[in-house]
Design a protein around this ligand. Structure first.
Ligand SMILES: Cc1cc2nc3c(=O)[nH]c(=O)nc-3n(C[C@H](O)[C@H](O)[C@H](O)COP(=O)(O)OP(=O)(O)OC[C@H]3O[C@@H](n4cnc5c(N)ncnc54)[C@H](O)[C@@H]3O)c2cc1C
Length: 431
């Protein structure tokens, strides 16, 4: 297959340049990572008059924030049933409410700052790969209406043609409040908005180590970076799936997993409408799921966890082939359509598949979005920033345990990914 190994979204967006000059010797808060989490936190802090610096190893938006599917989804990665069994209904209600508030926050930031990123409340569609998956939908919709006062709709198989031009599914669920976005334009606009608040963003500034320091007798931290040292009263880690040995304790809690995307050439209006009549954000019900949508210029964007390891030239090439076959299984109409782009990015899974925010060894963090982070990263970044400012925040993801690997058998290098990949394939086959 001849294709351009590149991220389609980046062909539509230009990132602002970072702050020029030397990194400062000291700051109130240093944030590591210039994606949705770090930028949203910096914007919130700087608007409150806090002196804040973002240190980014690559460039603004270089991580998952510019590489994702742009699906701004309600809910969490885990189902409400799993969440309430694990954490109880009261905490689950707060988590669900946070997921809804996170989409409102993205919308508010986009509107306030006139970010042209095609934000649209087009809704999402989950499609059932097996009759048994569809059977569970009615119960889920009923629980969500009763417990969270949020309305979803079950779409029986006979009505699915109004939602999707594919005949392989057994029905679906629609949530009209989810949205779609161009993530690269959003992260670029969020960075521009953050810079106007007075926050400074230094790129090519890899944090290599964080060490305790003292600041006139009070505790502070020194960050050693490739652009010099910065002393900070507080540090926030916003490094998601790219969390490195600079923060070893956190790295042991994050499993970096690859996710990959292809796009086709632009489709005709009539074919685009046939495949996705309501322009929904769509994903299927498997563990090894596919997610797909149209781009604003009518390309089919089709993603999945095709290879489990993070992005390299090889995993991108192999994934593009697997995803193309998957896309044609869903939409045989695309058999002769050319692919234009293929790229990958790294997801941050925690051992409990939950987002987490809080403080570890005196350092703040917000991560663990498990592929559900466009809105949640924006939200948790803002919330942890409010917490750093001393606000009484009630963040449900700070109130849950943050588990490490079973038996501690993990040093941050995910040797078990091939086994996990095989396990989920078997699970999709039997369940
Ligand atoms: C292919 C793909 C598809 C996805 N699709 C969706 C989707 O459709 N919907 C959804 O909700 N979510 C999706 N996600 C997840 C979502 O993109 C992420 O959860 C979100 O972008 C995380 O943002 P972040 O700011 O926390 O991290 P990132 O955007 O990953 O930023 C982390 C940054 O930290 C920097 N960094 C790391 N270590 C250091 C260091 N030592 N020093 C300095 N800088 C450092 C990195 O360079 C990087 O820029 C997807 C993710 C991927 C990869």
């Amino acid at each position: 297959m001849q294709l351009n190994d590149s991220n389609y979204w980046l062909t539509t967006a230009a990132m602002p340049s970072g702050t020029a000059g030397e990194v400062p010797a000291r700051t109130d808060v240093a944030i590591i990572g210039a994606g949705f989490t770090g930028l949203s936190a910096a914007r919130t802090l700087a608007k409150r008059g806090v002196n804040v610096v973002i240190l980014e190893a690559n460039s603004i938006g270089w991580g998952a924030s510019s590489r994702n599917g742009g699906m701004v989804l309600t809910g969490l990665k885990l189902s409400p049933e799993t969440l309430s069994n694990r954490y109880g209904m009261e905490l689950t209600r707060k988590m669900y409410a946070a997921s809804l508030a996170s989409i409102d926050l993205v919308e508010q930031i986009v509107r306030e700052n006139n970010i042209t990123c095609d934000f649209s409340r087009c809704g999402h569609l989950e499609v059932a790969c097996k009759p048994s998956h569809f059977d569970s939908y009615a119960r889920s919709v009923e629980t969500i209406a009763r417990e969270f006062n949020h309305q979803l709709r079950v779409i029986p198989r006979v009505e699915l043609a109004d939602e999707i031009g594919s005949s392989i599914y057994h029905g679906g669920i629609v949530d009209d409040s989810s949205a779609g976005i161009n993530p690269a334009r959003y992260v670029s606009g969020l960075a521009a908005a953050t810079l106007t608040t007075g926050a400074r963003i230094f790129h090519n500034a890899t944090v290599q180590q964080i060490a305790p320091a003292s600041n006139n007798g009070s505790r502070s931290l020194t960050l050693q970076t490739t652009r010099g040292n910065v002393k900070a009263d507080n540090v926030l880690i916003a490094t998601s799936g790219y969390t490195s040995s600079a923060t070893p304790a956190l790295r042991k809690k994050i499993i970096p997993i690859g996710s990959f995307i292809i796009t086709t050439d632009p489709l005709s209006d009539s074919l685009a409408r046939e495949l996705s009549p309501r322009n929904r954000m769509i994903y299927d019900s498997k563990h090894y799921l596919y997610y797909y949508r149209l781009t604003p210029d009518n390309r089919m964007l089709f993603g999945g966890r095709a290879a489990f390891f993070p992005e390299t030239k090889n995993t991108i090439r192999r994934s593009a082939e697997i995803l193309r076959r998957g896309m044609i299984d869903v939409f045989p109409q695309l058999r002769d359509t050319k692919l234009a782009h293929a790229w990958g990015g790294t997801l941050d899974f925690c051992f409990d598949t939950m987002p987490h925010s809080g403080q570890m060894d005196g350092i703040y963090y917000a991560l663990g979005y498990a592929g559900h982070g466009v809105a949640m990263a924006t939200y948790l970044g803002a919330k942890i920033a409010e917490h750093i400012c001393g606000d009484e925040t009630d963040i449900p993801f700070s109130a849950i345990p943050f588990p490490g690997a079973p038996l501690g058998l993990y040093n941050g290098r995910p040797w078990f990914l091939p086994f996990a990949g095989a396990y989920y394939k078997v699970l999709d086959w039997i369940s």
